[in-house]
Design a binder for this molecule. Structure first.
Ligand code: SAM
Ligand code: DTB
Ligand code: SF4
Length: 331
């Protein structure tokens, strides 16, 4: 190697990606993109192992935000009915069931714009109870102040999920009740409190490839990459502005997974919402392209996910199994 050769190793995380570089990944021939992503995947992970998370909506509906994809916004008339914050005991019982079903991480979701301090004691009790079961804990509760993030961490919260959803240029087509910067600020609070972050987005909302690249570019240039990177395929919700969106082609979804793997080599890339309408072959292609996490259990927050039996058979057919080390890694 001469003195000018750049010892570029694609498996080493970088934080200086340009938007054009990320977009160029999507333009690679499909086989080339998948192969590169699979190579990087194997450098950091056992490609036969999947991290298994399970969701519970601990507070459903009635949300003041206007996210155009969401069944839980009070701005739209959807089939989802609002309910109050669950009692900690009921949440902990659901987590115990999830653990018995093989879940490794339990994620509690609330349809809130932001956390109210009055709700913190109850949420802290849920987190502490779920953690005591030996599960990794995750919550997605909307915006957090720095002090709230510290309180959640102290209660035992391992991960905070807060998605950027799409690229910055498309964001105001999707939601107008908060800004992209609001989302980045909450992520910073979670990170600074010492929690791992879970941050990704949605495809299938009418965005362009450049918008998808824009989302990944944002994630890749954060001070630290999100430890978990969920890619949701839009679950179209009748009654929402995005309920009639044209679905994204499966191959484009796989490209998004592969590009996510390449820009955040050490993150757990999750096929999040949307497996319900994906074939086994498409999901298998995603695993080949670097996806190594899924949600298990028959419900996500308000929509369906494949039945547990179906997933058990699927993973057995693939000869794939649960991740064997679940310690959050620093990226
Ligand atoms: N209210 C909190 C928030 O918005 O951060 C937490 C819950 S919210 C439902 C969590 C994430 O789920 C959203 O950021 C979005 O990425 C994803 N999501 C919500 N509805 C979806 C849908 N219909 N299809 C795909 N993903 C969806
Ligand atoms: C994520 O990225 N997707 C999950 C979790 N993080 C919170 C939520 C998916 C929700 C799908 C629509 C619903 O079930 O309401
Ligand atoms: Fe509210 Fe979250 Fe749904 Fe947006 S995605 S409307 S913030 S529950």
């Amino acid at each position: 190697m001469n003195a000018h050769a750049h010892p570029f190793d694609p498996a080493v995380p970088r934080h200086d990606w340009t938007l054009d570089e990320v977009e160029a990944l999507f333009e690679l021939p499909f086989t080339e993109l998948i192969f590169r992503a699979a190579e990087v995947h194997r450098r950091w992970f056992d490609p036969t192992q999947l991290q298994l998370s399970q969701l519970l909506s601990v507070k459903t509906g009635g949300c003041p935000e206007n996210c155009g994809y969401c069944s839980q916004s009070q701005h739209f008339k959807t089939a989802t009915t609002a309910s109050k914050l669950m009692e900690a005991e009921a949440v902990i019982a659901a987590a115990a069931e999830a653990k018995a079903g093989g879940a490794q991480r339990f994620c509690m979701g609330a349809a809130w714009r932001d956390v109210k301090d009055r709700d913190l004691p109850k949420v802290a009790a849920m987190i502490a109870g779920v953690k005591a079961l030996g599960l990794e804990t995750c919550a997605t509760l909307g915006m957090l102040t720095a002090a709230q993030a510290k309180a959640l961490k102290a209660a035992g919260l391992d991960f905070y999920n807060h998605n950027l959803d799409t690229g910055p240029d498309y964001y105001d087509q999707v939601v107008t009740t908060r800004t992209y910067q609001d989302r980045l600020d909450t992520l910073a609070h979670a990170r600074e409190a010492g929690m791992s972050t879970c941050c990704g987005g949605i495809v299938g909302m009418g965005e362009t490839r450049r918008d998808r690249a824009g989302l990944l570019h944002q994630l890749a240039t954060l001070p630290s990459h999100p430890e978990s990177l969920p890619i949701n395929d839009l679950m179209p919700i009748p009654g929402t502005p995005l309920g009639g969106s044209t679905p994204v082609d499966g191959l484009e979804f796989v490209r998004m997974i592969a590009a996510a793997r390449l820009v955040c080599p050490k993150s757990m890339v999750r096929i999040a919402a949307g497996r319900e309408h994906m074939s086994r072959e498409l999901q298998a292609l995603c695993f080949l392209a670097g996806a190594n996490s899924i949600f298990i259990g028959a419900r996500l927050l308000t929509t369906d996910n494949p039945d547990q039996d179906q997933d058990t058979a699927f993973l057995a057919d693939l000869k794939m199994g649960p991740l064997r080390t679940t310690a959050a890694q620093t990226v």
